[in-house]
Design a protein around this ligand. Sequence first.
Ligand code: ADP
Ligand code: MG
Length: 518
Amino acid sequence: MTTDDLILDMQDIHKSFAGVPALRGARLRVGRGEAHALIGQNGAGKSTLLKVLTGVYSRDRGSIRFDGADVGFGSPYEAQRAGISPIYQEINLVPQRTVAENVFLGREPRRLGIVDRRRMVSETEELLSGIGVHVNAARPLETFSTATQQMVAIARALSFDSRLIIMDEPTSSLHDREVQKLFEVIRQMTADGVSVVFVSHKLDELYAVCDRITVLRDGRTIAEARLAEMSRIDLVAAMLGRDPQDVRSAGQTAFHREQRALGDTVLTTRALSSWPALRGATIEVRAGEIVGLAGLLGSGRSELAESVFGARKVDHGEVAAGSAAATPTSPAEAIRSGIALTPEDRKTEGIVAGMSVRENITLSLLPRLSRFGFINRRKERAVVAESVRRLGIKTASVDQPVSDLSGGNQQKVLLARSLVLDPDLLILDEPTRGVDVGAKAEIQRLVSDSVNDGRGVLLISSEMEEILEGSERVYVLRDGETVTHHRTDGLTQDTIMRAMASGESPDARPAESGDDLP
Ligand code: ADP
Ligand code: MG
């Protein structure tokens, strides 16, 4: 592709936040009339790169050429005037206003100084029917589905004569039919010469609608290719930083496995669905085993955990977990049934920053420590002291604010909060993400210990070593469905990656049916 064919050419883009690099030499080149996929794991820098483009952030270094000219937009407004429109999930439309008002927001057509509503409505309806959407544009935007609202945002972008439309995860809350509709619109726009940058974790979608792809990893562009020439397995390997030829486990984790007798079943889910993230997940965990749950970002791993924990509405399917015979309807009920969850996002969901180490550890246990509304402080102190000792939590005192602790120690506090409940089923969502290597090894050791105590553990992790070495069996989720299930001995990362990428696992030995598993 010559530079003349490019609508966008971003080169060597660097951007740091408070000295921490988010982009370190990223490149994004998009052709005219091309649908371009931008992918990478969580934190790879996709959103930052797009925000540098649209003038939300300034770049530290690098060049941006748009439509043949060097540019550097000072604000999203400037970028939009130049022809770049982002369609975000949290789109800046006004729900209570009419569809027409939203399309013309800020530049309403006027007649003799008065907004010409009739013209606004008819022009909006014309614009929308041009992309195959037929609605009454005089109705408030909020009376339409998310999909239609998105179409309105696209119509607005087109009305600005946008030549590059940016869609960051546009399909995450759309139904299949709506996704097809969106794809039609994208195909039509690209046929008209408009370019689209499309961020999605759903590989099928990328292959269905995009021409070329850019893969980001750790703030750098790792691969650029025509999608037709890049297999799914190569794509996933690039994203995760693995050589597809050499993906055997490296043997670096601190799990210790012992021959453990399997006990009762502590978790069964059958065809569990929770729109839109889960569409049929079937797994089983027994006491005395660690079961891994693998999948790409957006595959439904955390949503499965939340559904089992009663923190998410279940549409179809069944859960039997701990002593609960039916799907728990609240976390409190799940905890009473012997289920504990250590959530993925330590900062936003897990740790309560304003509270002490002690309060954080006993947060879920308080109902059991209280009688007639009074907390048994002596018992609380004993439980906390025991946790701090057993888990090796490094803190000056148990009354220290938890936010003073290092990431690894905060993670141990979260783990302690689950362990003090003495659950039958422990669900760990990315228990070692973002902690240093020392704390990581300690946490892995603690997880092994807790299984030796006769619990069942469901381990969600993006690190394949952790899954392969830590768990006895692994389920792979893809687009909300369990696609494969394997024993981990002798299993390679390659097999898991294939299942994550395309749902297949040709060279693997599936878990035997004699194991009595779903
Ligand atoms: P992606 O969209 O690929 O998931 P992001 O661009 O959101 O990745 O993030 C890349 C990195 O930059 C992450 O480590 C993130 O924590 C960091 N980051 C992004 N935005 C900010 C910000 N406003 N302040 C500080 N750090 C940020
Ligand atoms: Mg992002």
